[in-house]
Design a protein around this ligand. Structure first.
Ligand code: IMP
Ligand code: ZN
Length: 348
């Protein structure tokens, strides 16, 4: 916390909702290292140790150095059913240990040819790991972690993969669809009919990475993304007054704000105190949900994100609890899950 005052809350014990977490970016370096050790011992990898590739303590990845971490390293290490199960279970344990009680994990379906796994098989493997985790915890008392899956379409996705991903988005097995990926890649026209079709799938939520960088924040792109009628927006950094008003006017839109990620990646100016969380958290018409994005890369667990807003924006106990509870309004997990959260989240 950096000062001598007692923290307003035990942020780890505080039951929390995490709605914007990418599976591959949420894997801890220690877990990647363990996978690497197993593969190395089995003669299955020639990759460098992840602790050298991503040194512990290095979190200042920017938009240029961040995306290649996946395409040139993590995807080559986590490339079979065993490593997918191992890393998914580790990610779930990490969120649970940090006090997350409801997690919407998102991932981009990809085929793992070396393991004979199709993109559908990839999704099945992750769902199986989530079910395995929940079975093992079944007898434990509340509050405990529940996880739901969102499937992401990368901005780079060709029409066939984007359509395949949509076809895999079957609620309630999958609760939402996301648009993610390097914002410097232009938004392809073929994505619009796919997201319009997604909007017509009963029970499927929609979230999009929105105005993450100047290059992905033209008036045309933001208008297109809003025409898809997303329920939630991720990041929401480079918005002008008109777009801001439109978001407010729509009412009830979830804003997944990822402070440490944005600060570490140099996407906002003025450090945490300059983050646009300060402009949004009191806006009644929207629902701000603090999120980690890629805790394995940026190194700040959700409990720390709450500590940061308490420290830099002066939220006290009542405001923190109210902020967490307001998030219930925008979860994709259905009414039963909302009822559970109303019971277990702390009252202001
Ligand atoms: P995965 O989908 O589970 O493989 O998680 C990693 C992927 O998430 C990356 O390849 C990116 O496409 C996407 N991703 C992670 N963080 C961000 C972000 O901040 N903006 C856009 N896309 C992201
Ligand atoms: Zn993201």
């Amino acid at each position: 916390m950096g000062n001598l005052e007692a923290p307003v809350l035990d942020f780890k014990a505080l039951p929390k909702i995490e709605l914007h977490a990418h599976l591959s970016g949420s894997i801890s370096r220690q877990c990647l290292h363990e996978v690497w050790l197993m593969k190395k011992a089995a003669g299955e990898t020639t990759l460098q140790d992840p602790l050298i590739e991503m040194p512990p303590g290095k979190h200042d990845y920017d938009l240029k150095t961040f995306f290649p971490l996946f395409s040139s390293y993590i995807y080559n290490l986590v490339n079979d059913a065993a490593s997918l199960r191992y890393t998914t279970l580790s990610v779930l344990r990490d969120f649970a240990a940090d006090g997350v009680v409801y997690l919407e994990l998102r991932t981009t379906p990809r085929a793992l040819p070396a393991a004979g796994l199709s993109a559908a098989g990839y999704v099945d493997a992750i769902l199986a790991a989530i079910a395995e985790y929940e079975r093992a915890e079944a007898d434990k008392p509340e509050p405990k972690l529940r996880t739901r899956l969102i499937l992401s379409i990368d901005r780079r996705a060709q029409p066939a993969l984007a359509e395949l991903t949509l076809s895999l988005c079957t609620p309630p097995r999958i609760v939402g669809i996301d648009l993610c990926g390097d914002p410097s890649v232009p938004l392809a026209a073929h994505l619009t009919p796919i997201f319009h079709a997604a909007r017509r799938v009963p029970g499927l939520g929609m979230t999009v990475h929105f105005a993450e960088a100047p290059c992905s924040s033209s008036a045309g792109e933001l208008k297109t993304l809003l025409s898809w009628r997303p329920d939630r927006l991720g990041h929401v950094i480079c918005v002008n007054g008109g777009v801001r008003e439109e978001i407010v006017r729509k009412g009830g839109v979830g804003l997944e704000l990822c402070l440490s990620c944005n600060v570490q990646a140099g996407m906002v100016e003025g450090g945490v105190a300059g983050h646009h969380f300060g402009e949004w958290w009191k806006v009644d018409e929207t629902v701000v949900v603090l999120s980690t994005d890629d805790v394995g890369v940026f190194g700040s667990p959700l409990s720390n994100e709450y500590a940061l807003v308490a420290q830099h924006f002066g939220l006290g106990r009542a405001e923190i609890c109210a902020l967490v509870r307001k998030g219930i309004n925008v979860v994709f997990g259905g009414e039963e899950e909302k009822a559970r959260l109303r019971k277990i989240l702390w009252e202001a």
